[in-house]
Design a protein around this ligand. Sequence first.
Ligand code: UDP
Ligand code: MN
Length: 583
Amino acid sequence: MLFSVKNSRGCFKRAMQVSKRNWLCLILIFLLYLSLTNISQVTYKKNGSSVSYDKSLHSNWMFKISKNYDYIYLREWTEPTKVIVSVSSGRGENGTAFVPTSDEKPIMEKRLKEQHYNVLASEKMSLRRSLPDYRFPECRSLIYPKKLPTATVIIVVHNEIWATLLRTVWSIIDRSPRELIEEIIIVDDASTWTHLKQPLDDYAKTLPANIKIMRTENREGLIRARIKGANMAKGNILIFLDAHIECTEGWLQPILSRIAWDRSVVAVPLIDGISTENMGYQKFPLEINGLHWSLIFDWMPVPEREIIRTKHDRTAPLRTPTHIGCAFAMDREFFFEIGSYDEGMDIWGSENVELAWRTWMCGGSLEILPCSRVAHLFRSSTYSFDGNAEQIKTRNNNRLIEVWMDEFKNRIYAAYPRTKSVSPGDLTQRKNLRKQLNCKSFRWYLENIYPESAWFKEFINMGSIKNVAENKCLDAYTIKISQNLMTYSCHNVGGAQFFAFSTSGQIMTFRDPCVGIGSDKKSVVVVKCSETDKSQFWDYKQEEKWIVHRESNLCMTKHENRIIIDTCNPFDNKFKWELKSGA
Ligand code: UDP
Ligand code: MN
């Protein structure tokens, strides 16, 4: 009986039909099997007792796939043996920064400029260099289930440096239990660099892993390239990684364990950095991700609410409103059931936010796993977008906004009025998907997942603030903290001239900081928003057209080159401001 149970799910069903009288026996065997395989406790265990933070936000399981894996699909695994192939005194070892010789400097500078990161450093370091282990000590005492689901790692790549890509691959091979990596799929997205053709095929054959290389016929962009990889994948779990990543010790087990516990979790490792200047490994703090106005991705400190929910346990998965997109994992079937990616998005951008919102709003969850650390090289890309980059990014963004943001989309268009004219293309499929999956509203997302978001506030105006005397607009310029505000010819494109004046009295810039007062108690400057800082609250007096600083009762005015607060003067138009909606 047990034999057929082990064989396949179909056999299991048939076995149950023929031997109804053996029900009890079967259940007992099943329970015994569960306890042996540890499947009932696919969670983090500490000092022998299991800890779970799994109180779901969603009332019931709403997917076709089951919440957990059928145990017959799980694989027993062993810790990878530590491979010491590089010379410990070698360059870049233990994640150290590269130091050039005087001969190397000129060529290093040249290539750094070309690729926006230190390519020479990458090439001079071992492909299998050692890395520091920055995990919290608590992480090392966690015990993971003996059997885990398998993973397919998908790396999409368009014109990546050889050493950087291969270091990514080696870091997966060397630091993952072999049994758990079903395959590594490299999707070459129409690269033009020849080392990514035959040389890559040849090298891949020599690697001690199941490496598959796919090539797109035309440039697809990272979004469709990832879907193509996923379509071919065989592992239970898909792990998407950029082509310039280094995985650290123990990175894989937390990811697989968490998803095995709940297949609707999209798991994100704690992202560290690789320095563009010298390829040194940079430890990043444990933070979660949010967004600015205008949907710019941002890091944010772990909010108190999350620290309380996870009972101050630094190993616990943290709910995050968004994710960065360079490294994450999700169940393969769940990926497709929840709508994979928006195939209408091109090249790069917005797909990470789209996946995050869709996951949350349609019944899944997005979490950062502090015990899994993966480093990403934060270089700005040099590749061509195969078209107008700004146009492509805006179009992707508009697809995201139009499908998911409900009435809140106008806040984005208010910050960037010009983007509204870029057509998002046909959205029927994505809108239908949202209906079919019975997804919740954007307001629900803000209330439950992202209560810190500025979008959640009410505003008396979103748009520009024009000085009546000058006929010029208030401008936050580079939006650096402490920097003075100024006035500038109104350009009506939002950005630094966009201000969201909240009903509670804060004036926010499009990148989040607020308008406040400098240390001289006179200058109007950019400050970090704070609900408790009384000096950054203002009132708009409709009749007088004054912006009154609430704490001092002084009025905002233009004085010489600066914006300051001064005694309100009804006879001077420099004290008068008009709020103009940008939507
Ligand atoms: N990529 C791709 N096709 C593209 C653009 C990017 O396959 O048209 C790959 C790229 O090589 C990288 C991943 O997608 O592995 C993410 O892109 P990138 O690193 O430029 O994004 P960033 O990390 O800068 O947001
Ligand atoms: Mn990247």
